[in-house]
Design a protein around this ligand. Structure first.
Ligand code: HEM
Length: 124
């Protein structure tokens, strides 16, 4: 079974870039223990666009779905969930939370899905 790549495309206004990178610098680090997790990278755009790519690779679609429904995903997104609740004017969910009241770092997000059909690593 080929691995699957799930990329979360975050649209980040210029004035929020530092905050988003800070959020990820303080991220929970729970995804590393998820079953079937293979790789994570946060990609910063250097060509003038405003879209960061949160690149993740998984052993299978099921492993990704299980993580997305897991506590680890919820806790890994505590801040992001608070922001969205704030947007809807709701009280934020009981979460670990860091830095109440900061606006959302990303103004939009979409998920791209791929299967790895070929890959190469440097010759050793
Ligand atoms: C509404 C959609 C989403 C938004 C706005 C969002 C935003 C964020 C933010 C701001 C963080 C940093 C931690 C925090 O501040 O909470 C984070 C962590 C993370 N996000 Fe997302 N995210 C979303 C959905 C997703 C999806 C669908 C994926 C998978 C492709 C993903 C992959 C990750 C990973 C791997 C981490 C690190 C978690 C850890 O360290 O355990 N996110 N996300």
């Amino acid at each position: 079974m080929p691995s699957v790549v799930k990329i979360n495309v975050l649209t980040v206004p210029a004035e929020m870039r530092e905050q988003l990178e800070q959020r990820f610098a303080n991220r929970a680090g729970m995804v590393e223990s998820a079953d079937g997790f293979e790789w994570f990278e946060l990609l910063r755009p250097v060509d003038g666009t405003d879209r960061y790519l949160v690149y993740t690779r998984w052993r299978s679609e099921e492993d990704f779905q299980r993580w997305q429904e897991s506590q680890a995903f919820q806790r890994g997104h505590a801040q992001a969930a608070q922001e969205r609740a704030g947007d809807r004017g709701e009280a934020p969910p009981q979460s670990q939370g860091h830095g109440h009241g900061q606006g959302p770092a990303a103004s939009g997000s979409e998920v791209w899905s791929f299967e790895v059909i070929q890959s190469a690593t440097p010759k050793s």
